[in-house]
Design a binder for this molecule. Structure first.
Ligand code: NAD
Ligand code: MG
Length: 301
């Protein structure tokens, strides 16, 4: 189990702060459930302490049921934000846990499950989030699809298309719908990856989408700063989430997942969330069009 007795400010050795490989061999059908991971990821449930840095903000988070999105949702709620959560309907069990945690903070948690590969759904999601929250100040794009294939011959057009739709088109559709509704001071945070810069042989389609997200983030940032909206991206390295044992990695890579980083362990979702909070809050007012790594020591270019 992850160490959960400290808050995120207690000084600790980062090398031993969280579980290190080897991990038990495991696998699930995509998209998988967090609650079935061994060991269970740390999303900051028992550790994240907020200070009202997002007091009264209205946020839409995709992929909010599990992994990095769940950690961001918990952190945002503890910083005072109300949240619309998007995820796939099949992930309701994970989503229920997040909703409970947000409501325990006295914040609103509005569930809007649905498939982001659908343009109409993306547009409706943004409109409904704006309507039900009474505004839209923060859009966090965390949802993503990652399916490892060892050879280009095994990468079907269907998979290529679904990865593009989930990771790139949805980002475009959600941003397109959100920008006109957002006030000055609003922020968009996208989720890139170390794969944007150092692609794995098994992740042709996924790495391509993550490189696209970097370019999209930088271009959109230049465009919408005219409206007072900032756009940044977080680029995680290996993070212990259900994305990986549900097809994101070849099964044999799971036991040593994260072991190749200088920290010799994967990161936890809880270690990503504070960066999203910073980029969402007014504290990062002079930062836009940037990409920030959370990689355990593998530098971004
Ligand atoms: P995760 O499986 O917990 O989250 C991914 C989420 O994407 C799912 O929970 C699901 O709700 C959502 N999703 C997928 N397809 C969807 C669709 N068609 N419609 C709606 N929602 C859909 O795993 P995670 O690792 O927390 O992933 C979050 C983000 O972080 C992804 O964009 C991923 O690419 C990125 N990332 C993860 C890692 C890592 O090592 N875990 C590294 C770099 C980047
Ligand atoms: Mg999930």
């Amino acid at each position: 189990m992850p160490t959960k007795k400290h808050d995120q400010f207690s000084m600790q050795n980062p090398l031993t702060q969280y579980p290190q490989p080897p991990f038990p061999a495991q696998g699930q059908e995509a998209p998988g459930l967090d609650s079935r991971m061994k060991p269970e990821p740390d999303h900051g449930e028992d550790t994240y302490k907020g200070f009202g840095r997002l007091a009264g903000r209205k946020a839409l988070i995709t992929g909010a049921d599990s992994g990095i999105g769940r950690a961001v949702a918990i952190a945002f709620a503890r910083e005072g934000a109300d949240i619309v959560l998007n995820y796939l309907p099949i992930e309701q069990a994970d989503a229920r846990e997040v909703i409970k945690l947000i409501e325990a903070e006295g914040r609103r948690a509005i569930a809007m499950p649905g498939d982001l590969k659908d343009e109409r759904f993306c547009k409706d999601l943004v409109d409904k989030a704006h309507e039900q929250l009474g505004g839209l100040d923060i859009l966090v794009n965390v949802a993503g699809k990652q399916v490892a294939r060892k050879e280009v011959a095994h990468l079907t057009s269907e998979q290529f298309d679904a990865t593009m739709k989930t990771n790139v088109y949805a980002l475009f559709w959600l941003c397109q719908a959100a920008v006109p509704l957002m006030p000055a001071g609003a922020t968009i945070i996208n989720t890139a990856s170390i794969q944007s810069y150092q692609p794995s042989a098994t992740l042709l389609d996924y790495a391509t989408t993550k490189a696209a997200i970097v370019a999209f983030t930088k271009a959109l940032a230049k465009q919408v700063i005219e409206r007072g909206i900032r756009v940044n991206a977080v680029a995680p390295g290996p993070i212990w989430t259900v994305l990986q044992p549900s097809g994101g990695q070849p099964a044999e890579k799971i036991p040593n997942f994260g072991g190749q980083t200088p920290m010799k362990r994967p990161g936890q979702p809880a270690e990503c969330a504070p960066l999203y909070v910073l980029l969402a809050s007014q504290e990062s007012s002079y930062i836009t069009g940037e990409v920030f790594g959370v990689t355990g020591g593998n530098p971004l270019p």
